[in-house]
Design a protein around this ligand. Structure first.
Ligand code: PMP
Length: 376
């Protein structure tokens, strides 16, 4: 049975009079929320609501299959790759990653560009050898490896089990312009940028992306992995910890987060209806450009610790140089309907994912100018 959702290709609109700059969970398109609401009451004429369906029944089989198919289409991977819905968010899967590949004595290389790469390192250290292949903090500035340097700025032992990187550094406001260059298997954390721009998923051995940003629902991660890489994992861990066992069970090894999988599938369908990552990337660049330009045009009143070359189109980070003034900015912005602007590494962070309306960026820029006039 098909439950084609037929979402529109119109850009997402503001909802409920609030601009939610949250880094995740984050703003969702109204039409997806409406669709979820209907399915909560009843899933495709079955007489049973989405949350109440058995994960062993035909209706959930369809939910699972449809979500996997749309993720496969958007990522463009071939049959040599598996698409798996893993329980838990990204951090849980960082721990699974280390257990699968470092448990038998392997070395994991981590490109340390952010708080979230740091969390992945924290999960790996108790399990195996960790090598920091790149340090993304240069003085007070956040940066990512330079794609023009063909990997010569990375320290990667020739026998590394994998090289982990975080493609979009949600807290710092930096991103990679392409995956790092190395001949060891690459594991990419795409939690905050999946399907926000075209990305060469087949350069990764594994992609990990938790759902709560561009895919809408927390507590479940999309894992896209080369089948050969899955087969290399340790057998000295239990099945629930092994990616390959989840893949063989078609993401129903135990009771899966059924609701999250459905929301992820719907958000991916909405992404496809929008024209997919290529069309969406243009909109994201336009929205982020408005805010980055306002920072640049402020004569130093606003500044960012994100290095210009690595600026993200999804999380724009900035501060005034005064913690008190930053707090004032965040509070006043809140009274004007712009919420969740507090940054993870101090200052402000405007997270504007695929479904975030352009109008939100415009309103923020107007407010930034007004605030500068009053306090500059
Ligand atoms: N990676 C990135 C890039 C993130 O932004 C986040 C959460 N903001 C995580 C990992 C952690 O995700 P979770 O909370 O699902 O473990």
């Amino acid at each position: 049975m098909s439950r084609s959702s037929s979402f529109s290709n119109l850009p997402a609109e503001p909802r409920l009079g609030v601009f939610n700059f949250s880094a995740g969970p984050s703003h969702m398109p109204q039409e997806v929320v409406d669709h979820v609401r209907e399915e909560l009451a009843e899933l495709s004429g079955s007489g049973i609501g989405l949350l109440e369906h058995s994960h062993r029944g035909p209706h959930y089989d369809d939910v699972n299959q449809e979500a996997g198919d749309v993720i496969r289409r958007l990522s463009g991977v071939g049959d040599d790759y598996a698409v798996i819905f893993m329980p838990g968010g990204a951090t849980v899967n960082f721990a699974f990653l280390a257990l699968n590949y470092l448990h038998d004595g392997g070395t994991g290389v981590y490109l340390d560009t952010s708080v979230w790469a740091g969390k992945a390192i924290d999960e790996a250290r108790p399990i195996g050898d960790v090598v920091i292949g790149y340090d993304g903090r240069q003085g007070d500035t956040f940066t990512c490896p330079d794609a023009t340097r063909s990997g010569d700025d990375l320290a990667v032992p020739t026998d590394a089990s994998y090289v982990f990187y975080c493609a979009n550094n949600t807290g710092e406001g930096t991103w990679y312009t392409e995956p790092p260059i190395t001949d060891r298997p690459i594991v990419g954390d795409l939690t905050s940028d999946i399907f926000s721009r075209p990305w060469p998923f087949e350069r990764h051995a594994m992609t990990i992306a938790a759902g709560q940003k561009n895919l809408g629902a927390a507590g479940c991660s999309v894992v896209i992995a080369q089948r050969d890489f899955l087969a290399e994992a340790s057998r000295r861990i239990g099945p629930i910890l092994r990616f390959e066992d989840h893949e063989k069970a078609e993401s129903i090894l135990n009771t899966p987060p059924t609701f999250a999988v459905r929301v992820i599938g719907l958000m991916a369908e909405w992404t496809e209806a929008q024209g997919g990552p290529t069309a969406i990337a243009e909109r994201n660049a336009d929205k982020a450009g408005l805010v980055w330009n306002a920072i640049d045009a402020s004569g130093g009143f606003y500044r960012s610790r994100a290095e210009r070359r690595s600026r993200s189109d999804l999380n724009v980070t900035f501060h005034t140089g005064s913690a008190e003034l930053d707090a004032q900015f965040i509070e006043e912005a809140g009274t004007h309907g712009m919420v969740n602007l507090k940054g993870l590494v101090g200052g402000m962070r405007a997270s504007m994912y695929n479904a975030f309306p352009r109008q939100g960026a415009e309103v923020l820029v107007d407010f930034m100018k007004d605030f500068m006039t009053r306090y500059g």
